[in-house]
Ligand binder design. Structure first.
Ligand SMILES: [Zn+2]
Ligand SMILES: [Zn+2]
Length: 341
């Protein structure tokens, strides 16, 4: 350790749905292979909003809140890959590499990827466990702002989606994205990176649709949308709403692909017309989370981005404003906010 660290730090704690408090908690001490990061930027995420509104099976409460981050290493355990003073960007999970799923190339479904993840980036310091440090934390180049580096996690989940589409993506593919939240907009950015230009984004929020246009997509208000004769080659649902999951299949062409990307509330069910699925031969994909390949891909996209990712950051907030930030996001204000704790 190089600098003396305080005993306690400020940390946002999600106590239960709808209730966030700011607490003084002990600053963790990194063990073997672990690093302690002074958080420089931590961005809000749709998953955080879901947890705040309705609870979330992957986010225990009460508990540390926030999972997107970048920062500077201030202490590292023995044998850790990074040294104090290094700026880093990373995600909050990593696959084990040894389980049934990891061995079959489905790292995103790793048995322990969720149970070993780290939460609590809306805090002054974040302890990153060894497995994550080794697989999914990288040095942050100086020219990448911390808040852009913090987008690695949502961009990695989008990169996983793009990897799952690899067999159907081609340069002239037409793609409809439903839902212009941060994930829908990152899909526009990612599709641009892989050379797709025929992208339409449908949604309700005009401010968010403007960002989609700035990223180079056509946009349409969802209630004014007229279904085209043939439909889209690929439709990507990014709202996590059951009605939209059901409706989105109507926009796919015969033989096309529907990607249901937004996770819905626990216990919900959807119904599809079997004729559409079978006789129109719609492929349905619904990828969850991401493996290491997607993280590396997202990192490359961030370092050489063709789109201005700063348009996704709607402003800076203080930890003290934790609850109001999520009330604003729930009211459709902003796309992502950044804490600089
Ligand atoms: Zn996220
Ligand atoms: Zn595994």
């Amino acid at each position: 350790m190089t600098e003396p660290l305080p005993q306690t730090m400020k940390s946002l704690i999600l106590q239960e749905p709808g209730r966030i408090t700011l607490e003084d908690v002990p600053v963790p001490i990194p063990g073997h292979g672990e690093i302690l990061i002074r958080v420089k930027a931590a961005t809000t995420c749709g998953t955080d909003l879901k947890a705040f509104k309705r609870g979330h099976s992957q986010i225990p409460m009460p508990g540390g809140f926030g999972h997107e981050y970048s920062g500077v290493v201030v202490a590292s355990g023995t044998g850790a890959k990074f040294k104090p003073g290094q700026s880093v960007m990373g995600v909050h999970s990593a696959p084990c590499g040894e389980c049934y799923w990891c061995e079959r190339g489905q790292e995103n479904l790793c048995e322990t990827i969720m149970s070993s993840k780290v939460l609590g980036s809306f805090a002054q310091y974040l302890l990153v466990p060894k497995r994550i440090v080794y697989k999914n934390v990288f040095e942050k180049p100086e020219n990448i702002p911390f808040e852009i580096a913090s987008l690695l996690e949502p961009y990695a989940s989008v990169a996983q989606g793009i990897l799952e589409l690899k067999d159907v993506i081609c340069d002239d593919a037409s793609v409809l994205i439903i839902g212009p939240g941060a994930i829908g907009l990152l899909f526009v950015a990612a599709l641009k990176e892989v050379g797709i230009s025929n992208i339409t984004v449908a949604g309700r929020n005009p401010d968010r649709l403007k960002v989609a246009e700035a990223f180079g997509a056509k946009t349409v208000l969802i209630n004014e949308y007229q279904k085209e004769d043939r439909g889209f080659d690929i439709v990507i649902e990014c709202t996590g709403q059951v009605e939209v999951w059901e409706k989105s299949i109507d926009y796919v062409r015969r033989g096309g692909t529907l990607m249901l990307f937004g996770g819905c509330a626990p216990g919900t069910k959807v119904t599809y017309d079997t004729k559409r699925v079978h006789y129109d031969q719609i492929s349905i994909l619904s990828p969850f989370h991401f493996g290491t390949q997607a993280v590396r891909q997202a990192r490359i996209w961030i370092l050489n981005s063709q789109t201005d990712l700063s348009l996704l950051i709607s402003g800076e907030r203080k930890l003290e404003e934790g609850a109001t930030v999520f009330q604003d996001l729930d009211a459709g204000k902003g796309i992502k906010f950044v804490f600089r704790p």
